[in-house]
Design a protein around this ligand. Structure first.
Ligand code: GLA
Length: 395
């Protein structure tokens, strides 16, 4: 028996959330907003190197019921956590508060740092993006609050989406203290239904790539390994630092500027074998994103699948951000007939994504679940990644 995580319908979440808001705080919210999690199809650990990636929004979203107040009190609560937060923005800043409230509060703080007058707010969230699964539940949380504030607070609506995304990145980098690169927030705010999003992280330019994966008889199967993300933050930051240091040695602003056709010459300029492998991953991964977009345009699904497998090998061996559960998921998916599969997101746990023929999806999920059971891993969970739309008001 495999467990599938269906995305709920908006009306099944938004109505109950608005009622809960009113029960808790005695007045109705001004509205309910929702922002999606994402799955990255290819282009991993490229965003903070100014590179390319190809994510899409999931149908699974985080919902936020929000109301502006007449005073400066801010209250945030969640349907998933007992621990809420109440105070004023003066108590929010780099590294504080700790815990999940740092994400929504960080957005308010980052906006006020940009000069917006942020009033008191009541915020009640209901996260339907699986937590801790590498599917960007934190970006979904930030972006659900960001679009609510955009609609409720004077002036914020004039911010272009790239800047609103940057506000969410600042919240995550500075207040929550995670040095992530911007792919997740860009996807949550700018994805289009029926498209993967070719994101150029040099300037956060977007090209929407039509991908009606279902109509072509394929499915993107997300495998949540449920492996705990041990040491994620420290390891992630260490990878990022190694890349930035290597760019410094090579005399380029980011690794995006390294010429892939002269990669060996560039690698020879780096003393450390580990750093060479990190750089090789980034530079070859950016090329794989280009090739993947070409394969999609040509309708060559087999080529796309092969690129996903090559991406996984590079992440596993050169970038060293995979783990036993992710490797097992990818190998078992391939053995059960997936056209391609790879780890997705930051790594060290979280999820893998497999490109499968629709008719094979259940069989691939069974194959992965059996491989996990045989190795004594916790049972994985599955979801279908239908390319979905961006953060928006739902009620
Ligand atoms: C996490 C980060 C992203 C990105 C990926 C790796 O999801 O939040 O910014 O760096 O890891 O591609």
């Amino acid at each position: 028996m495999t467990t599938w995580l269906e995305a709920p319908r908006d009306e099944d979440v938004a109505g109950p959330l608005a009622r809960r808001f009113e029960e808790a705080w005695g007045t109705a919210p001004a509205g309910v907003w929702a922002a999606p999690g994402r799955v990255n199809v290819i282009g991993e650990h490229t965003d903070y190197n100014g590179g390319l990636c190809l994510p899409m929004a999931l149908p699974h979203r985080t919902y936020a019921a929000v109301r502006a107040r007449d005073d400066d009190r801010v209250r945030v609560r969640s349907a998933q956590e007992d621990e809420g937060w109440e105070g004023t923005l003066a108590e929010v800043g780099p590294g504080r508060p700790k815990g999940w409230a740092a994400y929504p509060l960080g957005v308010l703080w980052a906006l006020s740092e940009k000069g917006f007058h942020i009033p008191g707010l009541d915020v009640l969230v209901d996260g339907r993006v699986p937590l801790g699964s590498g599917l960007s539940s934190s970006a979904a949380l930030e972006c659900s609050v960001a679009v609510a504030v955009r609609d409720l607070v004077d002036g914020v609506g004039a911010l272009p989406l790239t800047e609103l995304a940057q506000v969410c990145v600042t919240a995550e980098n500075v207040v929550a203290g995670a040095s992530t690169g911007g792919m997740d927030q860009a996807t949550s705010l700018r994805a289009e239904p029926g498209h993967a999003m070719l994101l150029d992280c040099r300037d956060f330019g977007v090209e929407q790539v039509p991908w009606r994966v279902g109509e072509q008889g394929y499915e993107l199967l997300v495998i949540d390994t449920r492996a705990p993300h041990a040491l994620v933050d420290g390891q992630y930051a260490a990878r990022r630092r190694a890349c930035e240091d290597a760019a410094g040695v090579l005399g380029v602003e980011t690794l995006r500027e390294v010429d892939a056709t002269a990669l060996d010459d560039q690698l020879a300029r780096l003393d450390d074998e580990t750093v060479r492998r990190r750089v090789r991953h980034v530079v070859t991964e950016i090329e794989r994103v280009r090739q993947f977009a070409d394969a999609l345009a040509a309708g060559d699904t087999d080529a796309a699948g092969a690129l996903m497998l090559a991406s996984h090998v590079s992440l596993r061996d050169d970038y060293e951000v995979s783990c036993a559960e992710l490797d097992t998921a990818v190998e078992a998916a391939e053995q059960a007939g997936a056209v391609g599969a790879r780890m997705t997101g930051g790594g060290f746990g979280g999820s893998a994504v497999a490109l499968v023929r629709e008719a094979d999806a259940a069989g691939v999920a069974d194959g992965v679940a059996e491989a996990f059971a045989a190795r004594g891993f916790a049972a994985p969970q599955f979801l279908t990644a239908t390319p979905s739309g961006p953060a928006a008001r739902v009620v």
